[in-house]
Design a protein around this ligand. Structure first.
Ligand code: NAD
Ligand code: LMR
Length: 341
């Protein structure tokens, strides 16, 4: 009886291994904040991603329920939910960690107004990742991204595990919005409209490079100003429409899942995977800007090549100037938060 049980358990284990390995490499992804507005649809999209083989959902509330729900989706990955005291189990073995944990804006707030609450949340989670999965690729969604990325980096420096190639601020939603809004104006399929967005992730630090997009360079005058404004303040549009019930969640989940998929494809050895993302960057370091979003080629070890912004129009030079004036304040705020006496 016992022998039969063992035999059948081994057979099922074997067939599961054979099933997984015949499809893709083992890739464990953890979502921190999985019970929230972004976390839930993001977890679903990651469950649907064939490159994800194991999904670890953590939140201070609600993650086991989200995990049970996602686990019924008939893709091959395994899903587990973890509660507040189980962060070690949630993170151990994770190669990619996505972080949508933190409070969202309400109408009238800036992203920087979230700093006081989210800085501590991000610091705590960075400490846990430094301990339990220091080599994982870290994808930070929690706002204000311009400050939470430096917070994460400073925690890792303190813990002696800092690797600038593995910490990413997720700015994909700006790119998704830019292609959608430009596609709308030009009446073309947004999927065919690629717009690079550089800088940071808030207001004037978001710099769309429309002059480099085939359909974008024809947009001029008032239409150009309105389009740039909509890309820079697209987040406010959603915050206002949700009227106190939060900020972008569904479009963010879509963008976050796209970025996670790009990171995993690169880890799996795919070449030429390029995404704009906010990373420690040499591009404007001489001007006191330590972190900057630009097109980044991803590789097996994280950041492979940071591409410069390329040729800019006069208007874009102006936008970049405003961005570079603002970013260092946001970055310093994050750095100082961790290094306070
Ligand atoms: P939400 O309030 O719906 O969800 C946040 C979740 O985080 C909650 O489930 C909460 O329990 C959890 N949480 C709080 N503290 C935690 C901790 N210490 N550990 C684990 N989980 C914790 O908020 P949301 O709408 O999902 O937004 C989350 C964050 O993402 C906000 O800061 C928001 O501003 C940001 N955001 C960023 C972008 C971007 O483009 N980078 C886009 C949209 C939203
Ligand atoms: C966004 O761009 O939608 C997010 O950063 C959320 C927000 O606060 O606007």
């Amino acid at each position: 009886m016992f022998a039969r049980q063992v035999a059948s358990r081994s057979a099922s284990l074997l067939s599961r291994r054979a099933f997984s390995s015949s499809i893709v490499a083992e890739r464990k992804v953890a979502v921190l904040g999985a019970g929230g507005g972004i976390g839930q649809p993001l977890s679903l999209l990651l469950k649907a991603d064939p490159l994800v083989t194991s999904l670890s959902l953590y939140d201070i509330r609600g993650a086991p329920g989200v995990a049970a729900d996602c686990s019924h989706v008939n893709t091959h990955s395994e899903v587990k939910g973890f509660e507040q005291d189980q962060i070690k189990e949630a993170l151990t073995g994770a190669e990619v960690v996505v972080i949508p944990a933190g409070v969202p804006r309400k109408p009238g707030m800036t992203r920087d107004d979230l700093f006081n609450t989210n800085a501590s949340i991000v610091q705590t989670l960075a400490e846990a990742c430094a301990e339990h999965c220091p080599k994982a690729m870290i994808l930070i969604i929690a706002n204000p991204v311009n400050s939470t990325v430096p917070i994460w980096a400073e925690v890792y420096k303190q813990k002696g595990v800092f690797d600038e190639k593995r910490i990413f601020g997720v700015t994909t939603l700006d790119v998704v919005r830019a292609s959608r809004f430009l596609g709308e104006i030009k009446n073309v399929d947004p999927k065919k409209v690629k717009v690079t967005v550089v800088g940071g992730h808030s207001g004037v630090t978001i710099v769309p490079l429309l002059s480099q997009a085939p359909k974008g360079r024809d947009v001029k005058g008032e239409e150009y100003d309105a389009l740039v404004n909509r890309i820079q303040f697209g987040g406010d549009e959603v915050v206002k429409a949700k009227a106190g019930a939060g900020s972008a969640t569904l479009s963010m989940a879509y963008a976050g899942a796209r970025f996670a998929n790009s990171v995993i494809r690169a880890i799996n050895g795919e070449e030429k995977v390029v995404e704009p993302t906010f990373v420690k960057s040499p591009l404007y370091e001489s001007e006191g800007v330590e972190y900057f979003a630009s097109r980044v080629e991803l590789g097996t070890e994280g950041v492979k090549t940071i591409h410069p912004v390329g040729k800019l129009s006069a208007k874009e030079e102006e936008l970049l100037k405003a961005c570079l004036a603002e970013l260092p304040k946001n970055i310093k705020k994050g750095v100082d938060f961790v290094n306070k006496a």
